[in-house]
Each structure stands twice: as structure tokens, then as C-alpha cells.
Design a protein around this ligand. Structure first.
Ligand SMILES: Cc1cc2nc3c(=O)[nH]c(=O)nc-3n(C[C@H](O)[C@H](O)[C@H](O)COP(=O)(O)O)c2cc1C
Length: 210
């Protein structure tokens, strides 16, 4: 039995295009993997730890090999609990909107919490970084109001997919499969519907081999 963690980074619920494609993937996945468990984190309703002065100080202490103060330990316990929930999964599904050419702030906050030395990445004595969350596949459903095709000048504005690939790869997740719903705004509602339906169909097909 595998455990799937489904992370929703859009606040738009049933109106979200990325969630529509990721939901289709998850439903098809459940049909083809009936014994597996799917846990969902809705980042816009989840209580995420703040990554504030105390938490950042705790991170720097770890990087310098120093012990935590009681306050830092309290904050760090919440960080470690969030990371434990993340690392407990065998597979990941993400619904990711483009916001200001990048990702929504709640997903960035989640990333700032879970990407930690000794937990999800490590640095050896020679200064080499390596990811610690390895051998697990990721499915990402991206959505954006505009279209940013590869090989066009618009591609340079797309920091959504580049960043997700970079940060997942940094913690060891390199098997990243994806669908894109785009444009959801720039081409009008009919184009959006066509693109969403095409992504949903593709997502369903990809779920069987995940
Ligand atoms: C705060 C905010 C910022 C956005 N910034 C961009 C952007 O930079 N580029 C773009 O193409 N679309 C942008 N959009 C449009 C969304 O990417 C689009 O509505 C997409 O469908 C959102 O994903 P969702 O449908 O899963 O919520 C933005 C939307 C919001 C709410």
C-alpha cells in the first residue's frame, strides 16, 4: 500500500483549474490503486507553522550545529511535525496555480517550512548538497491565466514550473510528471474549458502508471 499526499495550492475550490485536473488524477489513481491511501492538505485552510524570527533562528542554529533555545525548540517541533507528515508519503500530487509568474504564497510558506537541513536536504563536509526525499514520484497540475509556451519569449516569465522543478529537485524529488491548464483567462472561457478538459483527460491517463 502506498500513501499519496495531495497538496492543493489554490484557494478557488471547485472553480480551480489546477484542482480540477489534480482531482481527476487522484480519482483515477484511486480507481487503479484501490488499496492506496490519499491524504489531502488544502494549504488555504491548513494551519501552517509561521516561519518567523524564532523559526529562522532555529534553522540557523541547526546550520551552525548549535542547540535550540526552549522557544526555538517549540517552534521547531511544529516544523518537524509538518516535515514528518510530508515525508510520510510515498507519492505526491500538487495543484499549483501561477500567481505573479510564480506560486501562491501559501505554497511558498509550506516550502519554507519543509525544506530544512538534515530533514529534506543535507550538506556534506565538502559543501555538496543532496536531497533526502528520494525515489518518490510527483504529479503536478499547473494552471495559469496566460500561456507561456516553451521556446517563446513568454517562457522567461514562467517562474512557476521552473521554481517547482528546482525546489522539488533540491530535496530529491526528480521524477516530476505534469499537466498544464493554460490559458485559463487570456483566451476566454471556451478556450479555458477546452484546456481544462484536455488536461483532465491527460491526467486520468497518467494516473494508472503513477
Ligand atoms: C493573485 C493572482 C495572481 C495571478 N498572477 C498571474 C500571473 O502572473 N500570470 C498568469 O498567467 N496568471 C495569473 N493569475 C491567474 C491564474 O494563474 C489563473 O486564474 C489560474 O487559473 C489559477 O489557478 P487555479 O484556477 O487553479 O486557481 C493570477 C491570479 C491571481 C489570483
Amino acid at each position: 500500500m502506498s500513501k499519496v499526499l495531495y497538496i492543493k495550492a489554490s484557494p478557488m475550490k471547485e472553480r480551480s483549474n489546477s484542482i480540477a485536473a489534480a482531482d481527476a488524477f487522484v480519482e483515477a489513481y484511486k480507481r487503479s490503486h484501490p488499496k492506496d491511501q490519499v491524504k489531502t492538505i488544502d494549504l488555504f485552510s491548513a494551519k501552517l507553522p509561521e516561519f518567523d524570527f524564532i523559526a529562522a533562528s532555529g534553522k540557523y542554529k541547526i546550520m551552525r550545529g548549535k542547540p535550540h533555545s526552549p522557544e526555538e525548540k517549540q517552534a521547531w517541533d511544529k516544523v518537524v511535525a509538518t516535515i514528518a507528515e510530508f515525508k510520510d508519503a510515498d507519492k505526491y500530487v500538487l495543484a499549483v496555480p501561477m500567481w505573479n509568474f510564480s506560486i501562491p504564497y501559501r505554497l511558498k510558506q509550506y516550502i519554507d517550512v519543509i525544506v530544512q537541513p538534515g530533514q529534506t536536504f543535507a550538506v556534506d563536509s565538502a559543501g555538496n548538497y543532496k536531497g533526502l526525499v528520494t525515489g518518490k514520484p510527483v504529479f503536478v497540475a499547473y494552471a495559469s491565466g496566460g500561456d507561456y509556451p516553451v521556446g517563446t519569449p513568454a517562457e522567461a516569465f514562467d517562474l512557476q514550473k521552473k521554481y517547482i522543478q528546482l525546489i522539488l529537485g533540491y530535496i530529491g524529488l526528480t521524477d516530476i510528471r505534469s499537466v498544464v491548464v493554460a490559458p485559463t483567462l487570456a483566451g476566454g472561457p471556451e478556450t479555458a474549458e477546452q484546456k481544462r478538459n484536455a488536461a483532465i483527460e491527460k491526467a486520468k491517463q497518467m494516473a494508472g502508471e503513477f
